[in-house]
Ligand binder design. Structure first.
Ligand SMILES: Cc1cc2nc3c(=O)[nH]c(=O)nc-3n(C[C@H](O)[C@H](O)[C@H](O)COP(=O)(O)OP(=O)(O)OC[C@H]3O[C@@H](n4cnc5c(N)ncnc54)[C@H](O)[C@@H]3O)c2cc1C
Length: 678
């Protein structure tokens, strides 16, 4: 570490072989593997060559998010149900738009990484014989899902962090990403490092900047959580999508986010047993008055309504293919419908669902067979939802209690929230991006297709970290970055960044928080789970105008510390342009409703006769999925000269590799390192 004066600022410079940006489950896992692989290769003091840099060690989805029993989806471990990596990959590929090599790598790495987590101390439950107990998620033939409770991903990050610390790898906390430095042009372009700003060090005259130069950069900064107003991503999960776009990374499937029902006072998914306990769902006006059973008008019987509430448990993400004919995602539409009217929606675990005059009273034995049999097997026939929930999953109640909400005493406010981005930055089968030496893992990587099984995000994050670490250690080696010949290029970018921040001191532009508010409103309205070409096209133009205004007028600072929000605002504004551009492009291709979003169209299918357009009173209609597009992936790259600031192309998904060599030739390939070059 050394300091240098650049543009009259004192900048701390660090040099590493690899920096990992983000300290969630994916980033921590990659750090552990990289240290082990480097050490095995004989790299001396591997721990001194790696650093983890994060905006918040305690922030991010892994540390702060979960559900009733947060799912880890792995290859099956049941002693009696056979499973294999190819079958696993088939499930990942089923929704379309997914690269076959990534799906297979996630399948092949699955058990290795699961065991790695077990060894690290994640308390995945076993039975008396040592079987890791699984359960079925939707469309899951092999009981691949398992869980260590509501906080699975938090346990993962914490256990892996202990290993990182034990190995002596340095973690730089509270480092807000301010920019990615690049060197070279064209095919030789690469990311040379990360510039960060440390809020506690920001003063009137100093921005508290650090530079982390590295031969290899692993981006593990999670999903673009701060882009949405209605969101279950934890507060403070900002992401660095805008910075990555600006540095030249291409993104794929960025249009495909997952949305679903979640509590909003404390952000948490209300999936699984929260729904299977069958709480009453009701709405109120904005002041919490005028309670209404808003679902009752849309279901013919109590049995149908209650069974759908139950099914929402494991059919959790909003799915436009589960709306017609009174299926479970109609509930998401109806919740959204209420909130659009300015009403608030709650789950009340103290009361069973309440019907209308034409419905029978709620009784468990009238539930559909899927719901009834599940509760029967679980022994969950208690009289009230809270008792059923306490019986099936007391930890699901505790997590709210820990966060100031007593489900025994108060209802839980919910909304349809943005939860996860299936898309992200494009990677090859070693999770290397389109820029050599830059890897993207975890939620920031675009490894999923249009749909993914619940829990596969955590598996993908571990697989990606393993693959990236293996490639770095075996192909790029352990040398520490110098960039001696590229000082001018790097200093030029640093000077430009510092001058930009300085100029914001006198800016007449909007404040950072205002910009973020605008971006979030726009993304939730036009890039959320309900989309429509005209609205999104307009939103895209507004997003471009906002970004261009920021480039012209800067962002107004209300004091030196507000620079953090200003930096976030600028890159979130760019990220929103990229995502909206991709959505518009996809809608223009005639994609229709797929994954976890619904596309409104006047000539489409009726959602429900009583779900109407508030302006016209006509039933709302949606365009079904255009399945022909399952074989094409939308890829997008930033291009400051392009009319909409981004260029889009479509690529064909790479197939599942089928070559299987006999042991001896495969062993030779391995010994000679050829496996990294095919
Ligand atoms: C409510 C909820 C429930 C979920 N349930 C499941 C589930 O059951 N199963 C499943 O598989 N997945 C689930 N997911 C998704 C899964 O939790 C995430 O995809 C995963 O944890 C992401 O891990 P990650 O390591 O990629 O990123 P994160 O854990 O989000 O970590 C990101 C890291 O980057 C840092 N960072 C972010 N922005 C910046 C910045 N601007 N500057 C510097 N540092 C930054 C953060 O501080 C953090 O250290 C759920 C997500 C949510 C929100």
């Amino acid at each position: 570490m050394k300091t240098r004066k650049i543009a009259r600022q004192t900048v701390t410079i660090h040099n590493y072989n690899t920096i990992i940006v983000g300290a969630g489950a994916a980033g921590m896992n990659c750090a552990v593997h990289l240290y082990e692989f480097m050490s095995q290769k004989g790299v001396k003091d591997a721990q001194k060559r790696i650093a983890v840099v994060t905006g918040g060690l305690k922030l991010g989805a892994s540390r702060m998010s979960g559900s009733d029993k947060q799912t880890y989806y792995k290859q099956g471990t049941s002693p009696e149900i056979p499973d294999c990596a190819e079958e696993f990959a088939k499930t990942l590929l089923a929704g379309g738009c997914c690269h076959g090599d990534l799906a297979l790598a996630e399948g092949i790495s699955s058990l290795r990484e699961f065991s790695h987590l077990v060894q690290a101390g994640v308390p995945f439950p076993t039975d008396v014989m040592g079987t890791f107990i699984g359960y079925k998620t939707d469309h899951d033939p092999a009981e691949r899902a398992t869980s260590a409770g509501p906080k699975t991903s938090r346990f993962m990050s914490e256990c892996l962090q202990k290993q990182v610390k034990a190995y002596g790898i340095e973690i730089f906390d509270k480092q807000e990403a301010a920019g990615l430095l690049t060197v070279g042009k064209g095919r030789k372009k690469r990311i040379a490092g990360l510039v960060t700003l440390q809020r506690s060090k920001v003063t009137d005259s100093d921005w508290g900047l650090s530079v982390f130069l590295a031969e290899n950069v692993v981006l593990a900064a999670g999903g673009p959580g701060a882009l949405y107003k209605t969101s279950v991503y934890p507060q403070g999960q900002i992401g660095i999508h805008g910075l990555a776009f600006q540095a030249g990374l291409a993104a794929e499937n960025i249009t495909e986010s997952q949305f679903g029902l979640a509590s909003i006072k404390f952000r948490w998914n209300v999936s699984g047993t929260y729904m299977q306990a069958l709480p009453r769902l009701f709405s109120t006006d904005a002041n919490g008055k005028d309670e209404r059973e808003f679902l009752t008008g849309f279901f013919p019987t109590m049995s149908k309504m209650a069974t759908n509430i139950f099914l929402k448990g494991y059919q959790w993400p909003f799915d436009p293919q589960r709306i017609e004919n009174l299926q479970s995602s109609l509930i998401d539409v109806l919740v959204f419908n209420e909130t659009q009217k300015g009403r608030r929606v709650f789950m009340d675990f103290r009361k069973n669902p309440i019907g209308n005059a034409s419905m029978k009273k709620f009784v468990l034995k009238d539930l559909g067979p899927e719901a009834y049999d599940y509760l029967d097997k679980a022994g969950a026939f208690q009289a009230t939802p809270i008792k059923r929930l306490a019986h099936m999953n007391p930890l699901a109640i505790d997590i709210y209690k820990e966060n100031g909400i007593d489900l025994y005493k108060e209802p839980l406010e919910i909304a349809v929230c943005a939860q996860h981005n299936n898309g992200g930055f494009a990677v090859n089968k070693w999770w290397e991006s389109n820029l050599p030496h830059t890897f993207v893992i975890g939620e920031m990587a675009g490894s999923h297709g249009v749909k993914r099984p619940g829990g596969s995000a955590l598996n993908a994050g571990q697989a990606g970290g393993l693959r990236a670490a293996g490639y770095i250690a075996n192909v790029y080696g352990g040398d520490v970055a110098k960039y001696a010949g590229q000082q001018k290029e790097i200093e030029g970018q640093l000077t430009a960044l510092i001058e930009k921040l300085n100029s914001w001191r006198d800016s007449s532009g909007a404040a950072g928080k205002e910009v973020i508010g605008q971006v979030q409103d726009r993304m939730t309205t036009s890039g959320g789970h309900i989309r429509e070409l005209r609205g999104t096209g307009k939103a895209l133009q507004e997003a471009i105008a906002l970004y261009k205004t920021i480039q012209r007028d800067g962002i107004r600072l209300s004091g030196p510390k507000s620079v953090v929000a200003a930096i976030q605002a600028e890159h979130l504004a760019l990220a929103s342009v990229g995502i909206l551009k991709a959505i518009v492009e996809l809608l223009n291709q005639g994609s229709g409703s797929r994954g976890s979003h619904l596309v409104l169209a006047d000539d489409g299918l009726e959602i429900h006769q009583d779900v109407t357009n508030q302006a016209t009173g006509a039933p709302l209609r949606f365009k079904p999925e255009n399945v022909e597009l399952r074989d094409s992936i939308l890829r997008i790259e930033f291009d400051g000269r392009a009319k909409d600031l981004f260029r889009c192309v479509t690529v064909t998904p790479r197939p599942v590799p089928t070559e299987r060599k006999a042991f001896e030739p495969a062993w030779q390939d391995y010994r000679e390192g050829k496996i990294y070059h095919v």
